[in-house]
Design a protein around this ligand. Structure first.
Ligand code: KIV
Ligand code: ZN
Length: 502
């Protein structure tokens, strides 16, 4: 019988904790729904003790998602485990994931614990978690720099205390594939009871080998891959889900292993993460990068026209890349619009659909053809809940290379209209200062980017404004328009709206 590997997605935990990738409650729920549509086996929805917001998001996901197991991370500390259980207990299928470091470096300098104390803590806390939940994962943090015999003892203790999954993480991305496979083999041969539990890998990408190491682990007997969409995660990120899954699928002849992922949802999921976090993938990123299926050289194009397989080892359709690039225009009706969104994988509630449709009509007046990328941009720039506390009414900018820039911004809040003027050394900064006056908050622009969404003279610009309000967490705002200044203003207002919705 074919072996099936479990996919444990940690986009919402390890991914979300990486700089610039934070998400609000509604965004996390949207991501969780996409993970469920992907048929991910386990969703690590967060680290409940980290903040009340994290705990609330995990609980909301546990309530919303029915088909995947919902997991929360917890240190080997009672209050962490209590918080994890409280957050996941509504889930159809729940898992508590406890971790403790086992490397000499971490035990001495970070934990300030003796090896025997670490073993005692594992025994106590895994058993404590087991009182709440049958499905317990134990991770030996920094396992790949841990003494192998000590690791065997730590895992034996965890198994005796009730762990059902043992994770062998490469926390610092130090492994090379053969070495990791050898460690997995050693652990399988020297840990009593290991044959009764699921073995997991969790590889970081510091040396660019997270996917290769995961696959080497699988070949050596790993049953579960921990990974993230687009490979987001601490430092250089985690093993990318799309790369692991497509490698297993494309090279089934090599691995002979299946997984439950619906690969046709990959492109949509990847785009959603890029849209929400404002962190784009490189054009050359395998599977989901803009060039992943593009053939530039004449020889390659000629080959592909004769037979796709000359230069394509998998099809764009297999990862859900839409076939049809040019779709709608100003004569398209609501049905065609809704159908196309559905084909792209978006099922929007009525409020959001109405807002996006209005924006589509306005865009269709300015742009002859609306491509899929334009539609995705429109969907991504509308708040998940469809609500907008502030909206842009109008703006006037006066700018030049020999004058101080000035901006007049008029914004609506319900039926009220507010107008303010500000000056600065650039037009966008002047506009942002005027908005700050209207909102009456200390809004700081932490990061800003602007790019063209599609080609051609009437291309839409996408602006990403990462802001913090009154010294709080960073919020990512997006704005799209055929006018770069309007896109920038909308991105800033979108970020402010998200701050108020949270
Ligand atoms: O990288 C790591 O070791 C982790 C653990 C918490 C599993 O993220
Ligand atoms: Zn990690």
């Amino acid at each position: 019988m074919e072996r099936t590997i479990k996919i444990f997605d940690t986009t919402l935990r390890d991914g979300e904790q990486s700089p610039g990738c934070s998400m609000n409650l509604n965004e996390k729920i949207e991501v969780a729904k996409v993970l469920e549509a992907l048929k991910v086996d386990i969703i690590e929805a967060g680290f409940a003790i980290a903040s009340p917001g994290d705990a609330a998001a995990i609980a909301a996901i546990a309530d919303t998602v029915h088909d995947s197991t919902i997991c929360s991370l917890a240190r080997c500390v009672e209050k962490d485990i209590d918080a994890a259980w409280n957050a996941i207990k509504m889930a159809n299928s729940a898992r508590i994931h406890v971790f403790l470091a086992t490397s000499p470096l971490h035990m001495e300098y970070k934990l300030k614990m003796k090896p025997e104390e670490v073993l005692e803590s594992i025994a106590y806390n895994v058993a404590y978690a087991k009182k709440y939940c049958g499905d317990i994962e134990f991770s030996a943090e920094d396992s790949t720099r841990s003494d192998l015999d000590f690791l065997c003892r730590a895992f034996e203790v965890a198994i005796k205390a009730g762990a059902t999954t043992l994770n062998i993480p490469d926390t610092v991305g130090y492994m090379v594939p053969e070495e990791y496979a050898a460690r997995v083999k050693y652990l399988r041969e020297h840990t009593a009871g290991i044959e009764n539990v699921t073995l997991s890998c969790h590889m970081h990408n510091d040396l660019g080998m997270a996917v290769a190491n995961s696959l080497a682990g699988v070949a050596a007997g790993i049953d579960q891959i921990e990974c993230t969409l687009n490979g987001i995660g601490e430092r250089a990120g985690n093993a990318s889900m799309e790369e692991c899954v497509m490698a297993l699928k494309t090279r089934k002849d090599q691995f002979g292993i299946g997984c439950n992922i619906d690969t046709t949802q990959i492109y949509r999921a990847s785009r959603m993460i890029q849209t929400i976090t404002g962190v784009p993938v490189a054009p050359t990123k395998p599977i989901v990068g803009a060039n992943a299926f593009a053939h530039e050289s004449g020889i390659h194009q000629h080959g592909v026209m004769a037979n796709k397989e000359t230069y394509e080892i998998m099809t764009p359709e297999s990862v859900g890349i839409p076939k049809n690039a040019i779709v709608l225009g100003k004569h398209s009706g609501r049905h065609a619009f809704e159908d196309r969104l559905r084909e792209l994988g978006y099922t929007l509630d009525k409020a959001k659909l109405d807002t996006v449709f209005d924006k589509f009509k306005a865009l269709a007046d300015k742009k002859k053809v609306i491509k899929d990328r334009d539609l995705e941009a429109l969907v991504g720039a509308v708040p998940v809940s469809g609500e907008e506390r502030y909206s842009l009414d109008r703006f006037v900018i006066n700018s030049g290379n020999s004058i101080t820039s000035t901006a007049v911004i008029s914004m609506k809040k319900g039926d009220e209209v507010f107008e303010r003027v500000a000056a600065s050394d650039g037009p966008i900064n002047a506009a942002y200062r005027a908005i700050n006056k209207i909102v009456g908050k200390d809004v700081v622009l932490e990061d800003y980017s602007l790019k063209s969404m599609t080609d051609g003279e009437d291309a839409q610009a996408e602006a990403i404004a990462k802001i913090s309000v009154d010294g709080g967490d960073t919020v990512t705002g997006r704005g799209v328009s055929t006018d770069v200044i309007e896109a920038s203003i909308k991105a800033y207002i979108n970020g402010i709206n998200k701050y108020f919705i949270d």
